[in-house]
Design a protein around this ligand. Structure first.
Ligand code: NAP
Ligand code: MG
Length: 403
């Protein structure tokens, strides 16, 4: 077969440890033999972030803005231990944080379902996609440890010098305070990203907050969503036969568990952090999740939801051949290639990405899988546990049959 050509490059962001090894294996085994791969390459591996003073992360994010689609490998977020391990001059910020701050947007995470691995929640038949707002709230909070008795106040000083002042609490002893914020702009783009994603994927959209308790803060989220829905999406939703539905976060949790799945659940930043781990674990594993950041101006960054799988990497360095699951990293590539194909009118590229996903699912459903999955396997044929390289080779065999 002739190699598929690409017109516009994909922004490729390499990463760290075990996922960096998988990255290379995926390219060699499943992409380069079939695609004349055109990428704008950025090495976000920690040594190169150190060497460039983290400039490479910003450059990569700007490249995604320029080309519209990026694919990112998992990266180390340095902590004290990493400072010593990599001899760092600075505790560089989380690359995902830096990229999200530049692109702004919403992270959509959905489980990859396969026959033979059933969700813990037995009535879930279709994936539940979590749409997580990626800006503000507790992630940008200012906190203060109250040392003893005193008055805590909330003061806002407008650009015109006018100020508003409210009592938070009259402390009679030690305590703690937290100040959170969000911006209408960011909430609006979160809402647009969710409505647009629901239209693109033809799924119902749920949105939940706790506006009965947070009568101002969460209410702003609810009102902005409602306004944007009525003004810009209601007709589109009705035409597609999908619904938008707002409810309280605790009600949403109960309904989600009782549901059959097959919807998008938009969550505020913290709720999305917690719910995406709950949903992914209940569906199987973080290694079987797709994750994409969608910016308000329609730029897409695909990644795996898990980290760099450090413990497996240390074993790999010692000469072992770990059974690390490459599916989430592979689906980051297929998601990005399919989107590139869609944006460029390159049907062959999108079709190839679809077949590669199909071959991956078929491999697992055929009983060949990595160790994390064989532990969950309930299929009729016995599971054959293989290492990452053998798993990718088995996918290639299935892919050849589909091409
Ligand atoms: P992790 O890399 O996700 O791994 C935690 C554990 O989950 C692993 O030890 C492994 O369990 C299992 N696991 C995760 N992915 C797997 C896969 N693909 N196949 C098989 N098992 C998998 O999380 P972490 O150990 O907390 O973090 C490691 C590094 O990743 C940290 O430096 C962190 O900063 C970084 N990180 C990056 C991102 C990102 O770039 N998006 C996200 C999270 C963390 P067993 O050992 O039991 O097999
Ligand atoms: Mg989390």
């Amino acid at each position: 077969m002739e190699k598929i050509t690409m017109t516009v490059p994909l922004v490729e962001m390499d990463g760290d440890e075990m996922t960096r090894i998988l990255w290379q294996q995926i390219k060699e085994e499943l992409l380069l033999p079939y695609i004349d791969l055109k990428t704008d390459y950025y090495d976000l591996g920690l040594p190169n972030r150190e060497a460039t003073g983290d400039q490479v992360t910003e450059d990569a994010a700007h490249a995604v803005q320029k080309y519209g689609v990026g694919v990112k490998c998992a990266t180390i977020t340095p902590n004290a231990q990493r400072m010593a391990e990599y001899n760092l001059s600075e505790m560089w910020k989380s690359p995902n944080g830096t990229i999200r701050a530049i692109l702004d947007g919403t992270v959509f995470r959905a489980p990859i379902m396969v026959r033979g691995i059933s969700p813990v929640v037995k009535n879930w038949e279709k994936p539940i996609t979590i749409a997580r707002h990626a800006y503000g709230d507790v992630y940008r909070a200012v906190e203060y440890r109250v040392p003893g008795p005193g008055l805590a106040e909330l003061v806002f000083t407008g650009a015109d010098g006018q100020s508003s002042r409210q009592t938070i609490f009259q402390f009679e002893g030690p305590g703690v305070i937290q100040g959170q914020h969000n911006k209408d702009d960011s909430i609006r783009s979160f809402a647009h990203a969710c409505f647009q994603y629901a239209v693109d994927t033809r799924q119902d959209l749920w949105f939940s907050t706790k506006d009965t308790i947070s009568k101002r803060y969460d209410h702003v989220f609810k009102d902005i969503f409602d306004e944007i829905y009525q003004e810009e999406y209601r007709e589109k939703f009705e035409a597609l036969g999908i619904t938008y539905f707002y409810t309280l976060i605790d009600d949403a949790v109960a309904r989600a568990i009782r549901s059959k799945g097959g919807f998008i659940w938009a969550c505020k930043n913290y709720d999305g952090d917690v719910m995406s781990d709950m949903v992914s674990t209940a569906f199987g594993s973080l290694a079987m999740m797709t994750s994409v950041l969608v910016s308000p101006d329609g730029k897409y960054e695909y990644e795996a939801a898990h980290g760099t799988v450090t413990q497996h990497y240390y074993r790999y360095v010692r000469g072992e051949n770990p059974s690390t699951n490459p599916v989430a990293t592979l689906f980051a590539w297929t998601g990005a290639l399919a989107k590139r194909g869609e944006l460029d009118g390159n049907e062959a590229l999108s079709r190839f990405a679809g077949k590669l996903e199909q071959a991956t699912v078929a491999t697992i459903e055929g009983g060949v899988m990595t160790k994390d999955l064989s532990a969950l396997w309930e299929g009729e044929i016995p599971a054959q546990t293989v290492n990452s390289g053998e798993f990718l080779a088995a996918i290639r065999e299935n892919l050849e049959k589909l091409l």
